[in-house]
Design a protein around this ligand. Structure first.
Ligand code: PMP
Length: 399
């Protein structure tokens, strides 16, 4: 028995995976990026379909220039926390930009999206409170709920009736009830029926937090996410999200109308006890936020690409998730077959994500593609061809 004994099961599962997978799906290295949609992997030009770079903005010219100029002017790091030496006027400007973008009173910017959800969930819910979490919520939400010491109540994925039942079962108790959901769920790319959830929240006098990590910049007339698309922004108490997807950088945020938000800066540990974002990241994020505002056609292009890929997969007989978003997953049954399929796709020239149980809903392996506005129709068609070829090569039965 040593300190690593507890990892034995993981270790043998990983060994088993590598025995059927020529390339390591969790150790892929992008040797060089060539554009928002292509890069060099294993010395070969590869289509990038597993990046979350939904609007292609990690490569935006404006953001790159702003980052370079800001790094030259301010240096490359703040070397301190937001509550010590790590708040520059740049951080405050980005917070103002985001609050304005969402038409909210305030915004807190965090160093990662993970820390934004971790920080808000763990701080807003105290030990006498109740957290109602969708079964498929992201790890950062579950980790935050453990830190909070609140009682955790899980409800069935995307099922507002199940949530209502559980809230009613709890009855009229002291302690606040905070519901946490996501706009688009990251594994199947399925979308929350948010109007139903907003209704339950109002009926049951609870608070509602939504993580728009995979929907910000993509849904809603202005790109504010599913709450905007469904016309229920006023029923959402806290919106959290990340810069690492449609905004193309790194960082996270929470926006809200509550006047007490500034007080949270003094008690949210994942905000206080970590260094703030480097100035060049802030500058790049501000530029990309402007692009999201000024270029709604990016969202249209992304939607058209996602529809093309989703319908192409369905026509070919693959099993997909229920909705069309920037995440489009093919659902398989067998881990070894999923790993072989992933390898084939890579060998045929495209990089996608392999997601495996226990990190997947229903414990089924997923081949997850992230579709971007920057992909051309030809690249989408090429990926479809690759999937069909890979399915043949690994004898995957299609519908
Ligand atoms: N929330 C959700 C729903 C996510 O999918 C992710 C990342 N995949 C995060 C939060 C964390 O964001 P980041 O990677 O930017 O820290």
């Amino acid at each position: 028995m040593d300190i690593f004994t507890k990892f034995k099961t993981l270790d043998s599962a990983y060994d088993k995976l590598l025995s059927v997978s020529k390339h390591d799906p969790f150790g892929t290295t992008i040797e060089k990026t060539l554009s928002a949609t292509t890069g060099i992997i294993q010395g070969k030009e590869t289509l990038l379909f597993g990046t979350n770079n939904y609007l292609g903005l990690s490569q935006s010219e404006n953001a790159r220039k702003a980052a370079a100029e800001t790094a030259l002017q301010y240096g490359v790091g703040t070397t301190g926390s937001r509550i010590a030496n790590g708040t520059y006027s740049l951080h405050q400007s980005l917070e103002r930009d985001l609050a304005d973008f969402f038409n909210r009173r305030s915004c807190m910017v965090f160093s990662t999206g993970y820390q934004a959800t971790l920080g808000m969930v763990s701080t807003l819910a105290g030990k006498d409170d109740y957290l109602f979490l969708d079964a498929d919520c992201h790890a950062s939400i579950y980790d935050g709920s453990r830190l909070s010491q609140a009682q955790i109540i899980r409800f069935r994925h995307n099922d507002a009736d199940d949530l209502r039942k559980r809230l009613r079962r709890l009855g009229d108790i002291p302690g606040i009830k905070l519901i946490v959901v996501e706009g688009v769920y990251s594994m199947f790319g399925d979308i929350i029926p948010l109007k139903e959830f907003a209704q339950v929240k109002k009926e049951e006098n609870a608070y509602l937090m939504i993580d728009e990590a995979h929907s910000f910049g993509i849904f809603g007339e202005n790109g504010r996410g599913i709450a905007e698309r469904d016309g229920v922004e006023q029923d959402v108490d806290f919106t959290v999200g990340t810069f690492s997807k449609s905004l193309g950088t790194v960082g996270g945020y929470c926006v809200s109308d509550y006047p007490q938000m500034d007080m949270l800066r003094l008690c949210t540990r994942p905000y206080m006890f970590t260094a703030s974002l480097p100035p060049e990241v802030i500058a790049a994020t501000r530029e990309n936020l402007k692009l999201i505002k000024d270029h709604p056609e990016l969202r249209d292009k992304l939607r058209a690409n996602a529809e093309r890929f989703y319908h192409g997969l369905q026509q070919a007989g693959f099993q997909t998730g229920p909705d069309i978003s920037s995440v489009i997953s093919v659902i398989l049954e067998d881990v070894a077959q999923a790993a072989q399929f992933w390898n084939k796709v890579l060998e045929l020239g495209a990089y996608i994500n392999l997601s495996l149980p226990p990190a997947t809903p229903d414990n089924r392996p997923l081949l997850r593609a992230s579709i971007a506005a920057a992909h051309t129709s030809e690249q989408i068609d090429q990926l479809l061809k690759i999937y069909i070829q890979a399915a043949k090569d690994v004898c995957l039965p299609l519908k």
